[in-house]
Design a protein. Structure first.
Length: 393
């Protein structure tokens, strides 16, 4: 298992500690934080630093302001929510670098916090500009990486700063690495992977990485559509991603060679024009005007049977159009069954954590990752720049 030098070894008392956090949280139209889970996940690290007497300076991005100051992406609502969670005011510097940031960080007292404005207001962040990284590093004496969701990006705050300061992994990053590592090394078998969502082109590398490593691969949601089309299923009015026919056929051939069983939907829940009620059809009998929206009851039963007896399960992405209550049953029933199945179950990637919470199925998982793309790349066994730059334990 990969192990990085943890923050418990960091001499933080009385020192200015730069902490990269992932406070990229959704907001309501009125500007308030809509989901504070990522902020809450950082609290163990922040409380540790407060108790140890560190002078903690927090770095985060929010949204995609494309290197320009945009008030819509200000971290001010995050500062308000963080202040409430910590039980003390957390001031927000008006910029990440410059005189104000330097003065506020210099005046920071032991055990207190300062949040800097959105990193991505500067083009140097995503470009990993060495001058910008040096300006950030000047604000602190130590660096702690606690934003697992960004460690797959070679940005100034994730790579440039830790190259310039003594660096450590935060408690959240340590836990992510510890919990995800079993999926990369030698997972307990049978190992079953459940993947849904969309964008086959983007997820095909992830699916391919499981061939030979996973015993079964269950594919649902829009992700299954090109595979169904390749096998001659009737797609109705559903338009699968195009240009993937060869890649999908080659994937299915490779899966057979690798002895990884691929399970696809055998029946689907569809939506038809002028009808409010959802309808279910076998995949070889889908009406011409129907749009595939969820896996059907027969498929759910097959997927649950495939999960029974498993020792390791990894899940990413909904098995249907989960934003519509008519099409959540597939995801809810399959993941809900994990609560009755022994083993180690991990959810990761994109909005999977929020979806699991919304569907009430989090009890079926031993670990729900905070990482999106970072978790998926880690599980594939790829090197993540923000982890590679940290010293090993």
């Amino acid at each position: 298992m990969m192990t990085k030098r943890g923050m418990q070894a960091a001499p933080v008392h009385g020192r200015r500690v730069l902490v990269r956090v992932d406070f990229n949280v959704p907001q309501l139209p009125n500007g308030q934080v809509a989901d504070d889970r990522r902020i809450v996940e950082a609290l163990p690290t922040l409380n540790h630093l407060r108790a140890a007497g560190a002078r903690t300076i927090l770095l985060s991005h929010l949204g995609r302001p494309d290197g320009h100051k945009d008030p819509r992406f200000s971290l001010r609502p995050v500062a308000h929510r963080l202040s409430a969670l910590l039980g003390e005011p957390v001031p927000l510097a008006g910029d990440v670098v410059g005189i104000e940031a330097l003065e506020l960080s210099a005046r920071l007292e032991n055990g207190h916090f300062l949040l800097l404005e959105n990193l991505r207001f500067h083009p140097g962040e995503e470009a990993n500009d060495p001058t910008f990284a040096a300006q950030l590093a000047r604000l602190g004496e130590l660096f702690i990486e606690d934003a697992f969701g960004t460690v797959h990006r070679a940005h100034a705050s994730t790579v440039g700063v830790p190259r310039r300061l003594p660096s450590f992994a935060g408690l959240l990053v340590e836990r992510e690495v510890r919990e995800l590592s079993p999926l990369v090394g030698t997972p307990s078998r049978p190992y079953v992977v459940v993947v849904g969502g969309a964008k086959v082109k983007d997820k095909l590398p992830l699916l391919t990485s499981f061939l030979g490593r996973a015993d079964r691969l269950l594919i649902g949601g829009a992700l299954a559509h090109p595979f169904l089309a390749a096998q001659g299923a009737r797609m109705g009015a559903t338009a699968p991603e195009t240009g993937l026919e060869g890649a999908v056929t080659e994937f299915l051939r490779a899966a057979q060679s690798a002895r990884t069983e691929v399970l696809l939907p055998s029946d689907v829940v569809v939506e038809r024009p002028g009808r409010t009620e959802a309808e279910t059809y076998p995949t070889n009998q889908v009406p011409a005007d129907a749009i595939l929206q969820d896996i059907g009851p027969e498929t759910r039963a097959r997927f649950v049977t495939a999960l029974a007896g498993s020792q390791t399960v990894f899940w990413n992405g909904p098995l249907g159009r989960a934003e519509d209550p008519r099409f959540t049953d597939g995801t809810r029933e399959v993941l809900g069954a994990l609560q009755t199945i022994a083993g180690y179950h991990v959810a990761a990637g994109g909005d999977s954590a929020r979806l699991a919470q919304d569907l009430g199925v989090t009890a079926g998982f031993q670990f729900v990752s905070t990482g999106g793309g970072a978790a998926l790349e880690f599980v594939q066994g790829l090197e993540l720049p923000g982890l590679a730059v940290l010293p090993d334990a």
